[in-house]
Design a protein around this ligand. Structure first.
Ligand SMILES: Cc1cc2nc3c(=O)[nH]c(=O)nc-3n(C[C@H](O)[C@H](O)[C@H](O)COP(=O)(O)OP(=O)(O)OC[C@H]3O[C@@H](n4cnc5c(N)ncnc54)[C@H](O)[C@@H]3O)c2cc1C
Length: 398
């Protein structure tokens, strides 16, 4: 761990006041002219950058060192259920291929289950170099202890440098357990991933309530683990068959979960905003619940689903599944209307990769216009009826 060292001899009243103002966490205090850092400090290092040498970062001596050359490959954990691969796994394969170009590492897929050869063969069409297949009847149902044991076995045998896991219910349960076994870092819900030439994976995600984009690097441990949500990255097109399937074996004794799955009841597939191709997203600019009638009419006309910002969940108008954003769902439709939405980073983090964003806001300075492809400055109570009229009259084709 790094620590902050305060050079009290360099502290002047002016610098102290500036740093107190600068710290976003109110962690710097004036103790009779001395600078004191309290427990609110989140090590954001703003004070180190701007403190004119008053605060220094002291890196830990004898840091653990890893031989990065021994770790080779970018592995995607393939999430599947009921004979279908979760689409997030394809998206991660697309990202892994991009990252692998920097380091010339192979892209590997890790798939485990029972009677899943066909799924492994399907993966051969997505540009994966190696598909590591674990089949055992004890892997038929997801049992976190068994799946963790297999994952551990795989890492010990193959030694991948980076591992990408979909932030599904299953992935969120599995990835931290495996990361803990290797005493390595895991960054959850990454929205951007970049690769350094030295094989360090730069894991970028909103942090501190979405106020900053944190860049997290696991410099001294391998493997590097991250999860990413569905609809953040692009899946590659299905192509020619490529890559080899490597059958891996694990000592069945290690699959010793005490969980006995009696029955698996498949949930009805629900309509989800994450799958929508067109979305009409609304925010607090819509003032009354009865105004939703016009919003629904617009959504019907454009063949879209209605989605909302968090305040509209909090006021009880919508179910939480309709929320877009950091604490809601990530969406990447072909077209999204953002109507009466300010454009807080916590909202845009969940929709800024949409193909076309049309923002309607009466405030021309609203941040939503920064990520919009088309911006309409106007009152939604005038713009929505006009849009409806024009679509109905055939003047506008959406
Ligand atoms: C940890 C954390 C997580 C969060 N997660 C999320 C999240 O996942 N999703 C989310 O949405 N928020 C989230 N938030 C809340 C977020 O910070 C914002 O408060 C929220 O997104 C604001 O919603 P809004 O844009 O609808 O409302 P407001 O900020 O009130 O904006 C309303 C907008 O409507 C415009 N407007 C008003 N009247 C009209 C009109 N007649 N015509 C046209 N435009 C009009 C205004 O100009 C304004 O820009 C989170 C916050 C925190 C701290």
């Amino acid at each position: 761990m790094a620590e902050l060292v305060v050079n009290q001899d360099k502290v002047t009243h002016k610098i102290l006041m500036e740093l107190i103002d600068l710290c976003p966490f109110n962690a710097i205090e004036d103790h009779s002219g001395d600078l004191y850092i309290n427990s609110g400090c989140k090590m954001c290092r703003l004070c180190v950058k701007n403190g004119q040498g008053v605060i220094e970062l002291k890196e830990e001596e004898n840091k653990p060192q890893v031989d990065k050359g021994l770790w080779n490959g970018i592995t995607v954990y393939v999430d599947h259920f009921g004979g279908e691969i979760h689409p997030v796994s394809f998206e991660l394969i697309g990202k892994a291929r991009e990252l692998a170009e920097v380091t010339n590492h192979p892209v590997q897929a890790l798939i485990m289950g029972d009677d899943i050869k066909e799924l492994a063969e399907e993966l051969q069409h997505y540009g994966v170099d190696q598909i590591h297949l674990y089949e055992d009847e004890k892997l038929k149902d997801f049992k976190v202890e068994n799946h963790t044991a297999v994952f551990e076995d795989y890492i010990n045998k193959v030694k991948p440098s980076s591992i990408l896991v979909g932030a599904t219910t299953l992935g969120r349960s599995l990835a931290p357990r495996v990361a803990a076994r290797f005493k390595t870092g895991l960054t959850a819900d990454c929205t951007i991933l970049k690769m350094k030439e030295n094989t360090d994976l730069v894991q970028i995600r909103p942090a501190f309530g979405g106020n900053i984009m944190a860049q997290i690097v696991t410099e001294n441990h391998r493997p590097q683990f991250c999860t990413a949500r569905y609809k953040v990255f692009d899946a590659p097109e299905r192509g020619e068959k490529f890559g080899e399937i490597i059958t891996q074996n694990i000592d069945s004794e290690l699959l010793n979960s005490k969980i006995n799955v009696l029955n698996v009841i498949k949930k009805e597939k629900e309509e989800s905003i994450s799958d929508a191709e067109v979305i009409v997203a609304i925010g607090r600019g819509v003032q009354k619940e009865e105004d939703l009638k016009a919003v629904n009419e617009l959504a019907d006309l454009v063949g879209g689903q209605v989605a909302v910002t968090r305040p509209l969940i909090e006021n009880g108008w919508f179910n939480a599944k309709k929320q877009v954003g950091l604490s809601g769902r990530t969406v990447k439709p072909k077209l999204i209307f953002a109507i009466g939405i300010h454009g807080a980073v916590q909202f845009t983090a969940g929709m800024e990769n949409s193909e076309t964003i049309i923002a309607i806001n009466k405030d021309e300075n609203a941040p939503i216009f920064n990520c919009a492809h088309i911006g309409v400055v106007g009152d939604l109570y005038k713009v929505i009826p006009e849009l409806i009229e024009k679509i109905k009259g055939g003047e506008l084709n959406v």
